[in-house]
Design a protein around this ligand. Sequence first.
Ligand SMILES: Nc1ncnc2c1ncn2[C@@H]1O[C@H](COP(=O)(O)OP(=O)(O)O)[C@@H](O)[C@H]1O
Ligand code: SF4
Ligand SMILES: [Mg+2]
Length: 335
Amino acid sequence: MSLLQIKDLEVRFAASGSGMFGLNKRWVKAVNGVSLNLAAGETLGLVGESGSGKSSLGRAILHLNPISAGQVLFDGIDMARGSTIDIARLRHETAMIFQDPYAALNPRHTVGETLAEVLRVQRKVAPQQIARRVDELLELVGLRPELAVRKPGSLSGGQCQRVGIARALAVEPRLIIADECVAALDVSIQGQIINLLLELQQRMNLAILFIAHDLAIVRRLCDRVAVMYLGKIVEEGPVEAVFTSPRHPYTAALIQAIPEIDPHRPLPTEPLPGEPPSPLNLPTGCAFHPRCRYAQTLCSVVLPPTRFLHEHRYSCVLEEPLLQPTPAILEQPPL
Ligand SMILES: Nc1ncnc2c1ncn2[C@@H]1O[C@H](COP(=O)(O)OP(=O)(O)O)[C@@H](O)[C@H]1O
Ligand code: SF4
Ligand SMILES: [Mg+2]
């Protein structure tokens, strides 16, 4: 059984400025019927343009966002309907790593105080063991224990993100949700943090949901990848299958934008022409149709079927493999 099972999950927010007192209230469907599984020790990449709902999905899994419909099962237990004890267990077995390492840490607390506080709340070690465990955690993420007396403001971005990872590991989690956790770092530091996550994941059999818009990093770090567009997963499968043979035109365009000449160059954040439509006003049929070069008349009318190829699935009317994506995909203006 998968460690994490997400079934038909929906997350919606009241749009700002929409009718007060419930009149004419408009909703943003940030997550619009997502189903995904994550096994123990597995790394799943979640990619898609800004606004596609990645953070809302990640936060809903940890119950940091309200769930409007669907289920999130952790170890087979539905957390939305779980008892207080189950929710407490979820808190003890999951952790999040955030994008901005400085904003995620309390600037007034030393690194040691921040880590000690998690250990105290989690009660995973005896009070007299806390100081030693703080040192161990710092060493685990490649930091000198002397750093424990420093405050976040005196650390580099890379050091801060290592502290963020140490804090996540203090919980001894089985699942980590990392939301754009290397996006704010220099490329060389990104590589170090990715290597650290890979090493820790193998050593601790961690399941990681790795949210990123950089596909090159996802290819290096993840076992599987899910591609999100306007609240839905449009394609999902083993990294190699999806990267070498993308089936959904959106995935193909994202992959096409990975710079091949210099694998260390970060991806442009807007790899496709035009903006995704507003989730307040979702296009009918396939939500990608206004930007899809393969769109057929049918695409604007009906939801595309989900097709399965072994462990690889995608939602599109196209049955045949896409031709090798060409630069033309990117040059097409929105229809
Ligand atoms: N707390 C919120 N209140 C209202 N709308 C939100 C909230 N959080 C996210 N959204 C909206 O939900 C959509 C998805 O956002 P988000 O999950 O942050 O996407 P991503 O992480 O892929 O950039 C966006 O349209 C965003 O404006
Ligand atoms: S269903 Fe149609 S519009 Fe949507 S991705 Fe496939 S071809 Fe393009
Ligand atoms: Mg986000």
